[in-house]
Write a new protein. Structure first.
Length: 279
């Protein structure tokens, strides 16, 4: 069985109280420490929206220093993946934090998430090649969402660069890529966005408009059923003999659904919690 990391996309959500975080919290209670007692990895989403101070990352490291095997995967800032405009200063702002996590042996890798408007062609492939060179010191996971990437030439391209091709689960609307693990190196990275079809359609219709946090999160408001998780478990087990390491990230975060589904998958895959036996 490969080393398997299961966690959620982010950990700082007020609507996880009281479904995950306790309602009564002392002044010394820390969300990350509590989270790390349950899961062995987390995907950092804040880095997609802002360039974090290295002191924040140093704080994370202090909080989880007594938790064995806990890893962070870090989502690359949207300047690189959506706006595709960056400079040396922004590269340094990213790599400084990655290096802190790497030197502490707490970095799983960097996630580069591209939008639907990033189809597979010579221009987009060359852009990924540029980022691959810039961030060559780190394990790289790339998520693409347009079905044109479901192509042998694209897979061969990822293999050439030693990039993990992310498997994603989301509503199959329009040219959305299908949920099917594709192995391009010795790691697998699976992200679960939920299957809220109507919420996803509303999000696409409101793209570019000002939206509240609740409106932005609406498409992720979904809880996978036991039957759907059984399907996921089977897909995961199919790749056991093909990789050495697997990351499973639940991004259906509203109301703590990601936590519930992550714990259910841990039970199905017989993965123990970090510190506490809460099952």
């Amino acid at each position: 069985m490969p080393k398997t990391h299961i966690g959620t996309a982010g950990w700082s959500y007020k609507d996880w109280i009281p479904n995950f975080y306790p309602k009564q919290q002392t002044k010394h209670f820390d969300w990350l420490q509590f989270y790390a007692a349950h899961f062995n990895c987390v995907e950092v989403n804040a880095t997609y929206y802002t360039y974090l101070s290295p002191k924040i990352v140093e704080g994370w490291l202090r909080k989880i220093e007594e938790t064995d095997d806990f890893l962070f995967t870090v989502k690359l800032h949207q300047d690189f993946t959506h706006l595709r405009k960056y400079d040396k200063q922004r590269v340094k702002a990213v790599t400084e934090n990655l290096d802190k996590l790497l030197s502490a042996e707490r970095l799983g890798g960097i996630l580069m998430q591209f939008p639907y408007s990033f189809p597979f062609n010579g221009t987009t492939a060359e852009y990924i090649r540029q980022l691959n060179e810039i961030f060559s010191s780190y394990t790289q996971f790339v998520e693409v969402r347009h079905s044109s990437w479901s192509d042998k030439a694209a897979y061969d391209f990822f293999k050439e660069l030693d990039i993990t091709f992310c498997t994603i689960d989301q509503p199959e609307i329009g040219k959305a890529i299908q949920f099917e693990p594709v192995i391009t190196n010795e790691k697998a990275y699976l992200r679960f966005h939920g299957r809220n079809v109507e919420g996803w359609k509303r999000s696409l219709a409101n793209s570019g408009k000002e939206q509240s946090h609740e409106q932005q999160s609406d498409r992720y408001n979904y809880r996978y059923s036991p039957g759907e998780l059984t399907e996921v478990m089977q897909k995961v087990k199919e790749i056991y003999g093909k990789v050495k390491e697997i990351y499973i990230i639940m991004n259906n975060h509203p109301q703590g659904n990601a936590v519930v589904n992550a714990k259910e998958l841990m039970k199905m895959l017989e993965i123990k919690e970090m510190k506490t036996g809460l099952f």
